[in-house]
Design a protein around this ligand. Structure first.
Ligand code: NAG
Length: 446
């Protein structure tokens, strides 16, 4: 009995232990499931959140598509309207300015007064090269005074806009002065105000009624216009070299900085005009532009070979120079690919360095006055000759036949005192004792 009881008790304990074990196991499984369910619920929440975000995004995109479609419709309407307009312009025989017009590089103005034959020759020369690129260089004739034959001549050309300046004779300041210089200065002010202030051009090229131009005249100005935009130490570009006579030039691609305003076929910016216009002088405007007080230490760009040829024997200021200096001028006759030229070579830093290098490596000649020009001709390289004073410069210049004249303390064409020209294709540098130093030369040939 006791054995039986004992056996049953052991069985019970074993059963109880088994039960407990089962319970613990069940509990563990349950907890595991609970965790998983929580995770699943969490996951579902996340899912529906991103689903909502996606739906939001989708409807936003849908809205955008609708807006874009509206826009497209509007543009198509506009396009259709423009096509109608263009068609109408074409029918009227005009170009379609709305779509095809290019921003002009510069307005071009020919200053005229009382020489209809000269104006005719100038206009024919300019139109020959301007017509194919007329939108880049709109052409104007500005006449000073009432002469009818000049007006009729200007108006007889297609593609030329005519302007007229009519005012009584100005008073001169000093006895014996020619009124022409006063009239010219006033006419320049009129034409430049008209083109910059009234018509809003950014640049203007000024020609006179006795000039012919070179085939690459407009390409030259288009390329150098970037110099005016980028380099504020340059105030104008000229197509003229005072020492541009045949015997003194050879390289059609060479360009120089100059402290001396060359004039005659030149381009200026609105910015410089805004500075000049309130103080524009009553007379002698070109010599006024040569004063350092006007240019304030800034420079001009000029070519070695001229891009304008002055045929005006009977001018108000040029008569005395005509046969000596103007007739023998070399007008460039080759096409230079100006678009591919690196205009940065004209920057102060690079130009000064290169000019100084050329001077420093040239053969110095010290006794030109005694030895004559044979000395220059016998060497096979560029030469440099130093001048000590204005009168010394004038004697040297006379030997070669280049301009002797000085204005406001500097010789024509000079830069930092350097006058450069060719002699049998070699360069001749007439230099001041301090020119190399003024160019920033430190004796470094690398
Ligand atoms: C020319 O003007 C500039 C700026 O106004 C000045 O720095 C320079 O010294 C002047 N040069 C001469 C030679 O007077």
């Amino acid at each position: 009995m006791v054995r039986v009881e004992c056996g049953a008790r052991v069985g019970l304990v074993v059963a109880a232990l088994l039960f407990l074990l089962l319970q613990a196991r069940l509990f563990a499984v349950q907890t595991n499931y609970a965790d998983r369910i929580a995770q699943a619920v969490d996951g579902e929440n996340k899912c529906s959140r991103s689903k909502r975000a996606l739906i939001d995004q989708f409807s936003a995109q849908q809205g955008k598509i609708v807006a874009l479609e509206d826009e497209r419709e509007k543009l198509e309407n506009k396009n259709a309207q423009l096509s109608v307009l263009v068609g109408e312009y074409r029918r009227l025989g005009k170009a379609a300015p709305v779509l095809e017009k290019q921003k002009p590089v510069a307005a071009v103005v020919i200053m005229a007064c009382n020489r209809p034959d000269y104006l005719d020759r100038t206009l024919k020369s300019v139109l020959k090269y301007q017509q194919p690129i007329a939108q880049k260089f709109p052409l104007f004739v500005s006449q000073d005074g009432p002469m009818e034959s000049v007006k009729a001549k200007a108006k007889s050309f297609v593609g030329v806009e005519y302007m007229q300046h009519l005012e009584g004779d100005p008073a001169t300041r000093n006895p014996g002065e020619m009124v022409a210089y006063y009239k010219i200065a006033r006419h320049y002010k009129f034409a430049l105000s008209e083109l910059f202030d009234v018509r809003g051009f950014q640049k203007v090229i000024i020609l006179e009624d006795d000039m012919e131009i070179a085939p690459d005249f407009f390409e030259y100005f288009e390329a150098t216009s970037t110099v005016l935009d980028c380099d504020k130490s340059v105030v104008a570009v000229s197509s003229w070299n005072d020492n541009g006579q045949k015997q003194f030039v050879s390289d059609p691609e060479a360009l120089y900085r100059s402290d001396f305003f060359p004039g005659l076929g030149w381009m200026l910016t609105r910015e410089f005009w805004d500075e000049l216009s309130p103080i524009w002088p009553e007379a002698y405007w070109d010599d006024w532009l040569r004063l350092n007080s006007t240019r304030k230490g800034r420079q001009f760009i000029r070519p070695e070979v001229c891009r304008t040829y002055n045929f005006g024997e009977h001018g108000s200021s040029m008569g005395q120079f005509y046969y000596q200096y103007l007739v023998p001028i070399k007008l460039n006759d080759v096409l230079v690919d100006w678009k591919s030229k690196d205009m940065d070579m004209l920057s102060e830093e690079r130009f000064n360095k290169e000019l100084a290098r050329m001077i420093a490596t040239a053969m110095p000649i010290t006794n030109l006055e005694a030895d004559g020009l044979q000395m220059v001709e016998s060497v096979n390289q560029d030469v440099s000759i130093e001048y000590e004073s204005q009168s010394h410069f004038e004697r040297l210049a006379r030997k070669f036949g280049v301009f002797e004249e000085w204005k406001d303390g500097i010789p024509r064409t000079s830069y930092k005192g350097v006058v450069v020209f060719r002699w049998k294709h070699k360069r001749v540098f007439l230099t001041r004792p301090d020119s190399l130093e003024a160019l920033g030369w430190k004796g470094d040939l690398q």
